[in-house]
Design a protein around this ligand. Structure first.
Ligand SMILES: *[C@@H]1O[C@H](CO)[C@@H](O)[C@H](O)[C@H]1NC(C)=O
Length: 215
């Protein structure tokens, strides 16, 4: 009996760990076939004999993203949508540009841990642990510094230098996903009831409606 419980515990631990990032591939590669109508977890594979070097290739990450927007940052993704050869491999990357005073607003990646390196500039980074502690873990990074954002936790970045910041991040999913907190909460379509948000955020309904109108 004790052994059965122990075994079940170990199995559930193993199962949990196995779900912490993308599943392991079951073949050498599975280059995505975006034209396939087959719905699978990930994307259907192309015929391996038709695969070319360009299926594993992306060019353009030397170019700065356009940061002329409300938050002053731009994420340029290189995930399975850009490189079909990433399908089933469990990794991807992004370039992030930040204008002076620019931020990357609080968000989560439902399927990936992120590891980020600063190539240029000075960047404040932070993530917050879940309930009940909600502890902010943050630091100011300089060129060459590396920081990790654990899977699923809300995190953000802010340019605290005088110039632009350039960062590259790797993520443990071919398709990390993004929940931008402000957008999902205040920009839901259709709107989440103003009453719900007013109580949740302890705000006047008019203020909530005003915030909703901005998303
Ligand atoms: C950057 O984005 C802004 C706002 O969308 C646009 O007006 C501007 O032309 C863009 N700049 C470049 C170089 O694409």
């Amino acid at each position: 009996m004790v052994y059965t419980i122990l075994l079940l515990g170990l199995l559930s631990l193993f199962f949990y760990v196995a779900l912490a990032s993308d599943n392991s591939p079951l073949q050498v590669f599975c280059v995505a076939d975006p034209t396939s109508q087959v719905l699978v977890n990930g994307l259907a594979c192309r015929n391996p004999s038709m695969v070319q070097a360009n299926d594993f290739f992306f060019s353009g990450l030397h170019m700065a993203g356009n940061t002329s927007n409300a938050v002053g940052s731009k994420v340029t993704p290189v995930s399975v949508a850009q490189i079909p050869g990433l399908n089933t491999l469990g990794v991807s990357m992004v370039r992030i540009d930040y204008a002076p005073m620019g931020i990357n607003p609080p968000h989560t990646h439902p399927r990936a841990t992120e590891i980020l390196i600063i190539l240029e500039g000075s960047l404040e980074v932070g993530f917050v642990t879940s309930n009940p502690n909600n502890r902010l873990i943050s630091k100011v990074l300089q060129k060459g510094d590396v920081f990790v954002f654990p899977i699923n936790l809300i995190h953000f970045q802010r340019n605290v230098g005088n110039g632009n910041v350039v960062a590259i991040a790797a993520l443990s999913s071919q398709n990390p996903g993004v929940n931008a907190i402000a957008n999902v909460v205040f920009g839901a379509k259709p709107d989440i009831s103003t009453d719900v948000l007013a109580k949740a955020f302890q705000l006047d309904k008019n203020i909530v409606a005003n915030i909703q109108s901005k998303f």
